[in-house]
Design a protein around this ligand. Sequence first.
Ligand code: BES
Ligand code: MN
Ligand code: MN
Length: 456
Amino acid sequence: MQKALDYARQHFAAFLDELIALLAIPSVSTDTAYAGDVARAAQWLADHLAALGAQGAHAVPTDGHPVVVGEYYAAEDRPTILIYGHYDVQPPDPLDLWESPPFDPVIRDGALYARGASDDKGQLFMWMKALEAYVKTYGTPPINMKFILEGEEECGSTHLPPFIQARKDTLAADVVLISDTALFAPGVPSITCGLRGMSYVEVTLTGPNRDLHSGVYGGAIENPINALAKLIADLHDADHRVTIEGFYDDVRPLTEEERSEISRLPFDGCAWAAEVGVTHMRAETGYSPLEGTTARPTLDCNGIWGGYIGEGAKTVLPSKASAKISMRLVPDQDPEDIVHRIRAHFETHTPLTMHVHVKAVHGAVPVLVNTQSPAMEAAAVALEQVYGQRPHFTRIGGSIPVVADFRRLMGLDSVLMGFGLDTDAIHSPNEHFGIDRFEQGIESIIRFMALYGSEG
Ligand code: BES
Ligand code: MN
Ligand code: MN
């Protein structure tokens, strides 16, 4: 292992330059205007894997964006890991808030700034560099490695489950390894043991059949924006609980042990909120902020539109109003069931003055992963060697849809060993990834590979 660690240290500057080239490709998956760039990023990764000597490295077309696969076979008696990452990124908007252009990566104050630097190109690339370090020094990694790199994670992973289903045999592995989450805090390692799920809907209220003069009709024709605003406001009660009928029915209650584990985490809620400019937090009554963001289900309106939003004033009583709403789910809530419930809720509560339409956009099943496995133990020891302390097992509030799919379709558990930080501004302007964490991540992965390889 030592030679691989030395190689990574000696070639770190080149690794960064390569990552910068990958980050310069604007692989925004949700916007079809970028489809060519998404394909280019996929090909870049496939070529990179092939150059490392991976077999069968190629970008496989799907009905959506390509999936990059490739594998490095070490030996029959070694365990096999399936490495998942996503090379697509969130849209960079709002562009004017970036201090440097999102696809013109720059190093500033010890961090690499670019869309995707932390989520997830910077993190998935660490696995390739760890492989390279082994191949260039020992001629082979100590474990068999298969890669599956997705281009649709940020828009719901629609085409990935059928892709996995169709290739179960070639993807067969002992465990899935994913670096797409965060450390608990700077210098405080963690392994993610739970992810929230998701139900995402778009709701549209239609009142009159066309936009109206608000002076001629206002007073007797109800305004869809007014009505939608009320419906959305009523989705939470005074305890900040979600009011959708049956929303909490399938929520597995937190055990006292889980709650005390969460309360022991080194979390300073006030400082955490202050960093985003907020002085007062708002959690569900009876739950701590950390429980609220990781272990309880939530509902957030993500966008709302309708009427006139141009310059000046226009006295319009609009025909329509819409909103995008996401709900983060916890075990054992079912994303489809929750969509039915929110649809029923809107149908029941929409005033007779208008029609409502609820469209399901995408979903993800919440998961808690098995923390007792040889791969988990190898990851924990590797992180302890690098950070000087045993990692915490933490639930996170975000979602990675494929984790539940790997379990459902292949019976595989995932080890979520992430090196981001909440302050990396993922999905926001000025996303960045600390150079130190890129280096620590590669070292942790090399150590993980050595430890897990000696298990087999
Ligand atoms: N890497 C994130 C998940 C994540 C978020 C990990 C926060 C750690 C902290 C992932 O790329 C992501 O953004 N997922 C989406 C999934 C959704 C589109 C189904 C999310 O959580 O919103
Ligand atoms: Mn991600
Ligand atoms: Mn993301």
